[in-house]
Design a protein. Structure first.
Length: 487
């Protein structure tokens, strides 16, 4: 089902016992972060803090922090359901015969109905504060970690317009609150928002920006989705929701913003203006160090009459962003397999912090196929940042860490099977030799072929026969042996 706004999603979570209201008075400085961190690491519920020091707004956090809540946010029951929905669009061959054409009509109609829809008035503009009335300190923005440079908006949907094409981008870039009306804008140089900003700087033009806080879950997710170039995040959110995202013209900038958002910040970034931003406790589990970034000047704050402030914290995994990352991995697996057909499955373990480790199972068809796959991954979108790729044969469960370690470590000769390359790395990679540039490693953990120069015999893995397994399965309940809860 589609959720029209954040409140509808929170109500659904509460009805299913997936949300706890916290009525004790807590501070947005460190306390909420510590509570949320303990909750997510203990597989706890979503949290709604109703009594936050310094603000009348409640704070929602950990709303995506479980596989079940993540599927609910995306409006699907399981991943097989998503694969079936996506198949029509990834394999758009024309239907044959009148019956097939009739079957295709609902799907085509569904796609036509998910484009953003402009409305005249919106809940996100029930209260408007502009000019001198702007006060970001009224928002319960969290300071998450002791060495953070200040409070950071951590789940913003940053909306910008391309200076050439006019296309809209929605990204998620942290924002350090400096004072009542300015924040940092931490768009990293590889991100679409930063690319658009460079265009405005070349033209010496002010860049208008809007920031939506607290949208429906599909729209929030769309801001982190690694979409192909030219695909609108709001269109993708509509596809997830199976209905259009309503948008409304902002009050002080020429941008369309999600009509059902809880809060919207409007303003601009001046070309060439920079200010020191950070440190910030980041998803790597370490602090990202201070550096100079663009400055966002807020010209207006619009909001609902009774808004909920949606936020998250990042840090040493597992954290809420890990569940978002796992959803990205699984949601886009069909698209990756379409782009790199030999891939059977892939997994980015949460401990690898998205870009540090990718495990890939392939259908190996020719000598050197594993290395070809590595370079295809490094040449595809944001997968270019992947620091370590481990390639295994099909049939290996890439989500079973023990199996992957066993298969990989027994299958490699390090000198022969390592592929070392240099190229772009994630801007948050503090270990690289230079900012945004460093080395990457591929490990060919597939079974080696004679055509790859392997002249020895390769042994079979030990496996019991299916017949004996079946006989022992039938006998097991009578043996009286307890192991792992099985008797």
């Amino acid at each position: 089902m589609a959720f029209r706004d954040l409140s509808a999603f929170l109500e659904a979570l509460e009805a299913e016992g997936e949300l706890v209201r916290v009525r004790e008075r807590v501070s947005p400085r460190l306390e909420i972060a510590e509570i949320a961190d303990r909750a997510v690491k203990g597989n706890g519920p979503a949290l709604l803090f109703e009594n936050v020091e310094g603000s009348a707004m409640p704070v929602a956090i950990n709303v995506f922090a479980s596989p079940r809540r993540m599927l609910k946010a995306l409006g699907i029951g399981d991943w097989a359901e998503w694969d079936a929905r996506l198949e029509f669009f990834l394999d758009p061959k024309p239907p044959e015969g009148i019956l097939e054409k009739l079957k295709a009509i609902p799907r085509v109609t569904e796609l036509a109905a998910v484009f953003p829809k402009t409305v005249r008035s919106a809940p996100c503009q029930q209260v408007v504060a502009a000019g001198d009335a702007v006060d970001l300190h009224a928002l319960p923005v969290l300071t998450c970690w002791p060495q953070d440079a200040g409070p950071f908006v951590t789940m913003p949907l940053v909306i910008t317009k391309d200076p050439t094409s006019g296309g809209t981008n929605v990204g998620m870039y942290r924002m350090q609150v400096y004072d009542r009306a300015t924040t940092g804008m931490h768009w990293q140089k590889h991100k679409d928002g930063a690319g658009q900003a460079r265009g405005y700087e070349r033209d010496r033009r002010r860049m208008e920006v809007a920031v939506a806080i607290g949208c429906d879950p599909a729209t929030v997710f769309s801001a982190i989705a690694p979409l192909p170039p030219g695909i609108s995040e709001l269109l993708f959110a509509g596809f997830l929701r199976s209905e259009a995202v309503p948008v409304v013209p902002a009050k002080t900038v020429d941008l369309l913003v999600p009509a059902e958002a809880e809060i919207v910040l409007e303003g601009y970034v001046d070309p060439g203006e920079r200010r020191r931003e950070g440190p910030f406790g980041d998803h790597t589990g370490f602090y990202s160090l201070d550096d100079d970034f663009p400055v966002f000047h807020v010209t207006a704050v619009t909001r609902r009459e009774k808004p909920v402030y949606l936020t998250t914290i990042v840090g040493r995994p597992p954290m809420e962003d890990g569940f978002l990352g796992e959803a990205v991995e699984r949601l886009f697996l069909p698209l990756v397999k379409k782009t790199i057909p030999e891939i059977v499955d892939m997994h980015l373990p949460v401990e690898g912090i998205f870009h540090n480790l990718m495990i890939v199972a392939i259908d190996k068809r020719y000598p050197g196929h594993a290395r070809k796959t590595m370079h295809a991954i490094w040449g595809t979108g944001q997968m270019m940042f992947t620091k370590t790729i481990v390639v295994v044969d099909r049939g290996v469960d890439v989500r079973n860490g023990g199996e992957v370690l066993w298969r990989a470590l027994t299958a490699i000769d390090p000198e022969r099977d390592l592929e070392l390359v240099k190229g772009p790395v994630d801007e948050l990679d503090f270990a690289s030799r230079l900012p945004c540039f460093g080395s990457k490693m591929g490990i060919d953990a597939t079974r080696k072929w004679p055509e790859e120069g392997f002249a020895r015999r390769w042994p079979d893995a030990i496996e019991m026969t299916p017949e004996v397994k079946a006989r022992v399965d039938a006998l097991w309940p009578r043996l009286g042996i307890r192991t792992g809860g099985r008797s």
